[in-house]
Design a protein around this ligand. Structure first.
Ligand code: MEV
Length: 444
C-alpha cells in the first residue's frame, strides 16, 4: 500500500472515481473488476442498494436461508434468515421440528411502548413541574399535531410525557421523557422528529409559563434522541412439554438426565457472566438473522437485549427454565423493537420478500416470530452442548467453509466429506488431506 494520505472529497467522487481511488490506494489493479462483479445485474436495484448508505461501491452478499416448520401460536411459518455462520439455520430448523408436534412455540406480547428523551440542564424548583406538567403536555400535543397526524391515524402516537429529575447523577440534569406507540413501524424517525420538536416546545414553555421565574425560564438542551432500551416493548415465548418427551433426544442420556443437564446449563447462564454472554449470543444468532432478513435494525435489538439481560444490575441469561411435576417449561422474555413498515422493511426487495414469506405480519407478530427463532437457536445450542457438544455438527458445516477456503473442487469435496465422516475436522487436517489427494494421479 502506497500513497496513504488524507483524502478530501471522497464522498463527492462518483462511484467509478471512488473505485479507482481505492484500487490505487490498495495498489491492486484487479480491485475494480472484482468489486464490480458483486454489483446487482439490474441497474435500478443496484441504485436502490447504493442509496441505502453512503460511499457505496458494491454489495456484500450474505447467505439467505430458510428455516421451515416453525409452529408459533398454532400458525405455521417458513422463516427467512440471513446469516454467515454455519449451523445456525440448521439448529433453528431442528429445534422447530422437535417442538412442532409438542405444541410449538407459545408467544405473548407483554407491551409495545417505545421511549424517547430530551436531555436538558436546568436550574430551578423541580416541584413546579408537578403543577406545570399538564399545560406542558397539552402544548406538546397541540404543537406536534402535524408530526403525529399519520401515526395517530394508524392508532399510535405520543402516550405520555414526564419530567425526570436526574440531579442525583449530575447537578441540574433533567429529562423530558416520552413514551410512544409506533404501531407497525420501529418508529425511530417518528420518535426522533417528535423529540427534536419537544425540545423547542419545552424551551418556549419555560420562557412563557407563569409557573417559572428567573433562571427557571431557560434551559440548556443537550440532545433529543430515542432510547434503544425499550423494556416495555416486550415479548415472551414459552416451550412446554412432558419430560418423558425427551426420551429419544440422545442415545446416552435418559429424559430425566437430559432435562437435569439442561436445567443446570440454564442456571449456569444465570450465575456466570461469561456463560451468560455466550448463552445470549446464541439467542441473537437467530434473532439477528431474521432481523437482517426483514430489514430491521439488529444493532438496536442487540443493544436493547443485552441491557435487558443486565436489568437487575447483573448480566444474566435471557431464558429461564422450570422442571417440575414431570413437565419441562422453558421461557424467553426480551424486548424487541421491530418494524414491518417504514425504513428498509418496505424498501429492500429481499426484506419485502422475507415479510411476504412470513405472511406480511404486523410488528407484534414479527416480535413473536423473531423471539421464537431466538428461542429455537438457544434450545438447539443447549441441546447440543449438554449432549454431543457443538463441534461435531458445527465442524461438519465448517468443513465446507474450509474446503472452499482451500479452493477444493467438487470431487475433492466429496472425498473430504467421506474421509472426515469419522474424523475430527481441523483446518490443518483438511489442508493435509487435500495435499495428499492432490498428488494422486486420479486427481490430477
Ligand atoms: C455459537 O454461535 C452459539 C453458541 O455458542 C451458543 C451457546 O453456547 O449457547 C453455541
Amino acid at each position: 500500500m502506497k500513497n496513504k494520505k488524507f483524502i478530501s472529497g471522497f464522498s463527492r467522487l462518483n462511484k467509478e472515481g471512488k473505485i479507482n481511488l481505492i484500487a490505487e490506494w490498495m495498489d491492486d489493479p484487479s480491485f475494480s473488476v472484482f468489486i464490480k462483479s458483486f454489483w446487482h445485474g439490474d441497474e435500478k436495484t443496484q441504485k436502490l442498494l447504493d442509496e441505502f448508505s453512503e460511499n457505496t461501491v458494491s454489495n456484500f452478499p450474505f447467505p439467505f436461508g430458510v428455516a421451515p416448520n416453525f409452529l408459533i401460536n398454532g400458525k405455521d411459518y417458513l422463516v427467512p434468515m440471513v446469516i454467515e455462520e454455519s449451523s445456525v439455520i440448521a439448529a433453528a430448523a431442528n429445534s422447530a421440528k422437535f417442538w412442532y408436534d409438542k405444541g410449538g412455540f407459545q408467544a405473548k406480547i407483554l407491551g409495545t411502548k417505545k421511549i424517547g428523551q430530551v436531555h436538558f440542564f436546568w436550574k430551578g424548583d423541580v416541584r413546579k413541574f408537578d403543577f406545570a406538567i399538564n399545560d406542558l403536555k397539552e402544548k406538546i400535543h397541540r404543537e406536534t399535531f402535524h408530526i403525529t397526524a399519520n401515526m395517530r391515524r394508524r392508532g399510535g402516537g405520543i402516550l405520555d410525557i414526564e419530567i425526570v429529575d436526574m440531579t442525583h447523577s449530575m447537578p441540574d440534569y433533567y429529562q423530558l421523557k416520552a413514551t410512544f406507540d409506533t404501531r407497525d413501524s420501529m418508529g425511530a424517525n417518528f420518535i426522533n422528529s417528535c423529540l427534536e420538536e419537544f425540545a423547542f416546545i419545552l424551551k418556549d414553555f419555560l420562557s412563557e409559563s407563569d409557573y417559572f421565574t428567573g433562571s427557571e425560564k431557560d434551559c440548556h438542551i443537550i440532545m433529543s434522541i430515542l432510547s434503544n432500551y425499550t423494556p416495555e416493548c416486550l415479548v415472551s415465548i414459552n416451550l412446554e412439554t412432558e419430560v418423558e418427551n425427551f426420551r429419544d433426544i440422545d442415545n446416552e442420556l435418559t429424559a430425566d438426565q437430559f432435562v437435569d443437564k439442561f436445567e443446570k446449563a440454564v442456571r449456569i447462564a444465570q450465575a456466570d457472566v461469561h456463560r451468560a454472554t455466550t448463552h445470549n449470543k446464541g439467542i441473537f444468532n437467530g434473532i439477528d438473522a431474521i432481523a437482517l432478513a426483514t430489514g430491521n435494525d439488529f444493532r438496536a435489538i442487540e443493544a436493547c437485549g443485552h441491557t435487558y439481560a443486565a436489568r437487575d444490575g447483573r448480566y444474566k441469561s435471557l431464558t429461564d427454565v422450570d422442571i417440575s411435576n414431570g413437565y419441562f417449561r422453558y421461557n424467553l422474555t426480551l424486548p424487541l423493537a421491530l418494524g414491518t413498515v417504514g425504513g428498509l422493511t418496505s424498501l429492500h426487495p429481499l426484506a419485502k420478500v422475507s415479510l411476504s414469506m412470513l405472511g406480511n405480519p404486523g410488528a407484534e407478530e414479527l416480535m413473536m416470530i423473531t423471539a421464537s427463532v431466538g428461542m429455537a437457536n438457544n434450545f438447539g445450542a443447549l441441546k447440543s452442548l449438554v449432549t454431543k457438544g457443538i463441534q461435531k455438527g458445527h465442524m461438519k458445516m465448517h468443513l465446507m467453509n474450509i474446503l472452499n477456503h482451500l479452493g477444493a473442487n467438487e470431487s475433492e469435496k466429496k472425498q473430504a466429506f467421506d474421509y472426515f465422516k469419522t474424523r475430527k475436522v481441523s483446518f490443518s487436517g483438511v489442508q493435509a488431506f487435500l495435499e495428499k489427494i492432490r498428488v494422486l494421479p486420479v486427481n490430477k
